[in-house]
Design a protein around this ligand. Structure first.
Ligand code: CP3
Length: 337
């Protein structure tokens, strides 16, 4: 591949500049995404339309010049196979339905997500510029969608389920972990160069609850994947400063952290490769501010490799494309010496 900066950074090899890609880099903030999206009525059929999903995956490489492609899909995609109905309601977000009985969930069949592996193969075939990132939700973040049935403000149902139906909660976490293990290995088999697990809502948990109800499953999942393959794995988890010492104990190659972590300190005390962690809201500011905040972050990184620029969470639909492009160009213009 012509540009393997991301892989070299992960292997801690010399790099001339820090690699950059952005979570949710293919999305509604792009006119070209909205045009393609208009061709399918609902979001899930859009994800399952291999030809469109491949085109969307390639947009950030073509329009932003990022150093990695994350395949276009969604973390909720594998849930259908275990018997959870998933729907996306325009302007409202995801809606999930199931019997509510953990014992009635089905065994995951990876073939139900064959379209995802095909998207990976086709994105690999369509370009040999940059590495391709496969992904999945982490067990807790998926469990929270299954339990809440939608996005949530406070994760109240999830917490009550966890505290008062502990047996069922742990059973659900086991089912999701097994599902994700098989799903991720299939993505790697299809050609993903790197995989990322998204634990997007762990910031709502106390340290004790993370340690008891979340960490054992995600650690086991990561370690099981890593015992089968050398493919680099990135663990993204919110509330990062509270849990980073635990995350460090997994076999994840890269820890992707939010802006609660001071990377200038963390890069000194942590030997894992780090990814992150610009506050997404910086993108609402004027270019001068974006440049200042980005250089402040990059100048603070005390290492010459083992670091990947990203945001501390994903891009939002109401961000301006030109500012996102300006951010990418700012990172690419920063030389390591
Ligand atoms: O990063 C990328 O560009 C790859 C594609 C990607 C999407 N979702 C596309 C998408 C990835 C990696 C995700 C992950 C995802 N999905 C996460 C974890 C990352 C994070 O931001 O924390 C979560 C929590 C979800 C669940 C989800 N999917 C939500 C909350 C929504 C928004 C619902 C809404 O309408 O606002 C989605 C839908 C979704 N996934 C969209 C995109 C581009 C927008 C839907 C559309 O285009 O109609």
């Amino acid at each position: 591949m012509k540009n393997d900066l991301l892989l070299r950074a992960i292997r801690k090899e010399p790099i001339e500049r820090f690699p950059v890609w952005l979570m949710r880099q293919a999305g509604r903030y792009m006119r070209e995404y909205r045009d393609l999206r208009a061709r399918e009525e609902n979001f899930l059929s859009f994800c399952k339309n291999v030809e469109l999903a491949v085109k969307v995956s390639l947009l950030p490489l073509e329009l932003l010049g990022v150093d990695a492609i994350i395949i276009f899909s969604d973390i909720l995609v594998p849930l259908e196979s275990i018997g959870v109905k998933v729907d996306f309601v325009e302007g409202e977000g995801p809606r999930l339905e199931w019997s509510g009985k953990v014992s009635e969930l089905k065994r995951y069949n990876p073939e139900d997500n064959a379209f995802v592996y095909e998207i990976i193969r086709n994105v690999k075939e369509a370009q040999d510029e940059v590495p391709v990132i496969g992904f999945a939700g982490a067990p807790f973040t998926l469990a929270s969608y299954v339990i809440e049935g939608s996005s949530s403000r406070d994760f109240r149902k999830t917490k009550l389920f966890m505290w008062e139906r502990e047996y069922d909660f742990k059973k659900l976490m086991e089912i999701l972990s097994e599902t994700l293990y098989r799903y991720i290995l299939k993505q790697i088999e299809a050609g993903a160069d790197v995989v990322q697990l998204f634990d997007s809502w762990t910031n709502y948990l106390s340290r004790n609850d993370y340690e008891e109800y979340v960490f054992p499953y995600v650690r086991e999942l990561i370690n099981r994947i890593k015992s089968k393959t050398d493919t680099p794995l990135i663990y993204f988890f919110k509330g990062s400063s509270s849990f980073i010492d635990l995350a460090k104990q997994t076999q994840a190659d890269v820890l992707s952290v939010d802006w609660s972590v001071d990377l200038s300190l963390e890069a000194v005390r942590n030997d894992k490769v780090l990814q992150g962690n610009l506050e997404p809201s910086v993108l609402y500011a004027k270019e001068e501010t974006i440049k200042f905040k980005t250089l402040e972050l990059l100048n603070g990184i005390p290492r010459k490799t083992g670091y990947i620029f990203n945001l501390g969470h994903g891009l939002a639909p109401d961000m301006e494309f030109d500012k996102v492009k300006f951010l990418v160009d700012t990172v690419k213009g920063f030389r390591i010496n």
